[in-house]
Design a protein around this ligand. Structure first.
Ligand code: PMP
Length: 364
């Protein structure tokens, strides 16, 4: 699944086709023998893994006659990235868009949404999902009252997981299969472990289906869920940090979306992650691998590293040639003004080179 080499008709043709990149320096620093690989979704046209579902949900709704040019108003509750994908698709196709989004989500996402022409309504972060004030409740209220209003509903829409089953999953499989095993870089030729965070669960269930159905039924699929969310199974795992608010955006919920609950068995193991370890992993991805990823990418990496050291995971982590793919959902563009990022970028201990620069400049 390579990006077509020709003039693209519009930005939607530049959705997906993202690179799978070796994370060798992190693997080495962590004492891993396996191949640690990152699926880098920020290179997609709208900047995240969610572009894929936005494109597919809009195109399928058009095919089914549910979206009518000049009449339909696309309304969607989202943590922002699905909104950006939808706003991009609707800019290209000429639909109006309203995005409802909890306050916690970054100003950068709101700015990108407004720049693409979307209306943005902020909702209280603490509102329970089924309350009228939540991003879901407000979207439903608007849909009832705005003529032509339609919610494509990423939490239920089959085209959410299907977009990943048909694009993200096959891209990962193709990249692994196409890369030869060599003495220096041995490979099993299979996706042996797949790690991804879950929000709606579309990414992890869709990719898992693609891999397990068409490529490697034994692939270990590991879901990552932040402390304070309730998506992990078995349920006891969710006691750790129960009810806590967390800063990482885009993963975790206070309800189990249909997309995830109707596809049990696609995720084999769950890991709970905290904010601090996630941001520390973002720093590693930037400093060691040069990848400008967002917070949930750190969660995915941190979850992967912990799983690869667990009783179930260590035989994978310590075997040469085993391919472990970690999905990195978005980029730092979305979080540039967030305190966690500014602290990491601007308040780090001065390096020896920084001290040398100061000394030189003070002397002169
Ligand atoms: N990370 C980020 C930054 C996201 O925006 C999302 C989507 N909410 C996810 C991870 C999780 O993706 P999914 O909804 O497919 O589970």
């Amino acid at each position: 699944m390579a990006r077509p080499v020709r003039i693209l008709d519009n930005a939607l043709e530049a959705v997906g086709y993202t690179p799978l990149v070796r994370l060798d320096k992190i693997a080495q620093a962590e004492g891993l023998q396996c191949n640690l690989l990152g699926k880098v979704e920020y290179t997609s046209a709208g900047g995240s893994v969610k572009d894929r579902i936005a494109k597919r949900m809009v195109e399928q709704a058009e095919k089914e006659g549910k979206l009518i040019p000049g009449q339909s108003v696309v309304i969607e509750p989202t943590s922002g990235n699905t909104g950006i994908g939808l706003a991009m698709a609707c800019a290209v196709k000429g639909y109006s868009v309203i995005i409802t989004m909890p306050h916690k989500m970054s100003l950068e996402k709101e700015a990108a949404l407004r720049a693409l022409g979307a209306e943005v309504v902020r909702t209280p972060t603490e509102a329970a999902w089924d309350s009228p004030e939540s991003h879901i409740g407000v979207a439903q209220k608007l849909q009832r009252q705005i003529p032509g209003g339609i919610i494509l509903d990423q939490y239920r829409n089959v085209n959410n997981p299907l977009a990943h089953e048909l694009t993200t999953g096959p891209e990962i499989i193709d990249a692994v299969v196409a890369t030869p095993s060599t003495g220096l870089k041995p490979s099993s030729g299979l996706v042996d472990v797949m790690v991804a965070g879950a929000g709606t669960g579309g990414t992890i269930t869709g990719i898992s289906r693609a891999i397990k159905k068409t490529h490697n039924s034994k692939c270990a699929v590991v879901g990552v869920d932040p402390k304070g969310s309730i998506l992990a199974l078995p349920n006891e795992l969710n006691r750790d940090g129960e009810g806590e608010l967390y800063i990482v955006e885009g993963i975790g919920y206070d309800f189990v979306p249909d997309v995830l609950s109707r596809d049990p068995g696609t995720v084999d193991y769950w890991i709970k992650t905290g904010d601090e370890e996630s941001f520390e992993a973002v720093r590693k991805l930037m400093r060691l691998e040069g990848l400008l990823v967002g917070g949930s990418s750190g969660s995915a990496l941190s979850g992967a590293l912990r799983w690869l050291k667990s009783d179930e995971g260590k035989r994978y982590g310590q075997t040469k040639g085993v391919n472990v793919v970690v999905l990195l959902p978005d980029g730092i563009r979305n979080y540039m003004s967030k305190p966690w990022f500014l602290k990491m970028a601007l308040e780090a201990e001065p390096s020896s080179l920084a001290k040398q620069i100061s000394a030189i400049l003070q002397d002169s």
